[in-house]
Design a protein around this ligand. Structure first.
Ligand SMILES: Nc1nc2c(ncn2[C@@H]2O[C@H](COP(=O)(O)OP(=O)(O)OP(=O)(O)O)[C@@H](O)[C@H]2O)c(=O)[nH]1
Length: 319
């Protein structure tokens, strides 16, 4: 029966004997020198290079009596990250191969290294390393990691002002609250809302309003401590959580911030925009368990500031 595969007739070739190099030194040399990976052997104690295949010699040059740290890393002594200690057990027997990833200092490429202790041809203990270039994969991993970190940071950042956003306020605020409760240390919260901000938008336009929000944010940021949590909670409302801060210190801070904001002039397309803000303050009370307890009181104090004519600071103390 005919199969569906067309057959071709090749002219008869005279049979040539193929030399069996599969186990000869020549054959092994050909394999090692065509390998797409670095293979080297060095003396376990002196670090002198005993062998390096063509892949390695192309990148790091010939062995020439050099030590592995001279040829491969161009360093002044044995590498601080040398893995030799991991390759031999306390009783002198060889451990399982140690596999790790590492960026070479000379060519800056990433390698996955597979290290093991072996007995060299003259009987001495040696280190065998086989290293494959994983730079492309590593760069992709690093790019992914960076993108992930950026996305994470963006999820906690207010896009317009670069301050922390509401989500970040609760995330970090709850951590600070837990610590304050545990250590029974003082803490205060200031809520702040710009006055008649709608008029800024209506008079100068939304972009001018955005510029005011940015300038207000940087002014607030310049007037607080590194460990205070400042966040834009939405619109023209800001929250400032002050760890290790008493009620009186929070009052002083709020007055200082109010003064900084009322002295601020925001320039926008030839216009000088002046602003003011209302503040509400509270401090951590004995019965408080949640951030919302403080937010509720600070909001009430802020509302009072608005009701009493704006551009002022009011306090709602805990029971
Ligand atoms: N430019 C700009 N405006 C915003 C943004 N978010 C909220 N707003 C505006 O902020 C204004 C808030 O107005 P209101 O809630 O009436 O408050 P207000 O005018 O500040 O009045 P009081 O708070 O009572 O003093 C509105 O006009 C919103 O459109 C923003 O990201 N950019």
């Amino acid at each position: 029966m005919r199969s569906g595969i067309p057959s071709i007739n090749l002219p008869a070739q005279p049979e040539k004997p193929v030399p069996d190099t599969s186990t000869s030194a020549e054959g092994l040399q050909a394999v090692l020198d065509n390998l797409d990976a670095l293979v080297y052997v060095s003396d376990f104690e002196t670090h002198e290079l005993l062998y390096m295949n063509a892949y390695g010699r192309r990148i790091w040059g010939s062995i020439d009596g050099r030590k592995c740290w001279q040829a491969l890393q161009d360093s002044d002594g044995p590498c601080s990250f040398c893995t030799n200690d991991l390759l031999v057990a306390d009783d002198g027997t060889a451990n399982a191969p140690h596999v790790w990833e590492f960026q070479n200092q000379l060519d800056q490429r990433w390698y996955q290294c597979r290290d093991q202790a072996i007995q060299w041809t003259d009987g001495r203990l040696a280190r065998l390393e086989i290293a494959t270039d994983i730079t492309e994969r590593k760069n992709m991993e690093l790019a992914l990691h960076e993108a992930h970190e950026r996305a994470r940071a963006a999820a906690f950042e207010d896009e317009l002002t670069r301050l922390r956003n509401r989500r970040a306020f609760f995330e970090f605020g709850n951590q600070l609250l837990s610590r304050a409760l545990r250590q029974q240390s003082p803490m205060a919260l200031i809520m702040m809302d710009l006055d008649h901000f709608k008029q800024v938008n209506d008079t100068h336009g939304h972009e001018a309003g955005d510029e005011v929000l940015r300038k207000v944010s940087s002014t607030l940021g310049e007037n607080i401590r590194d460990y205070d949590i400042l966040a834009r909670m939405g619109g023209e409302e800001f929250a400032l959580l002050l760890p290790e801060t008493t009620e009186q210190e929070a009052l002083d801070t709020a007055h200082r911030l109010l003064s900084a904001l009322t002295s601020l002039t925001v320039g926008y397309r030839g216009c000088a925009i002046q602003i003011s803000a209302s503040f509400g303050i509270t401090s951590l009370g004995r019965q408080d368990q949640r951030l919302e307890d403080l937010l509720h009181r600070a909001d009430r104090a802020l509302y009072r500031s608005k009701e009493l004519g704006r551009c002022q600071v009011n306090l709602d103390a805990p029971l």
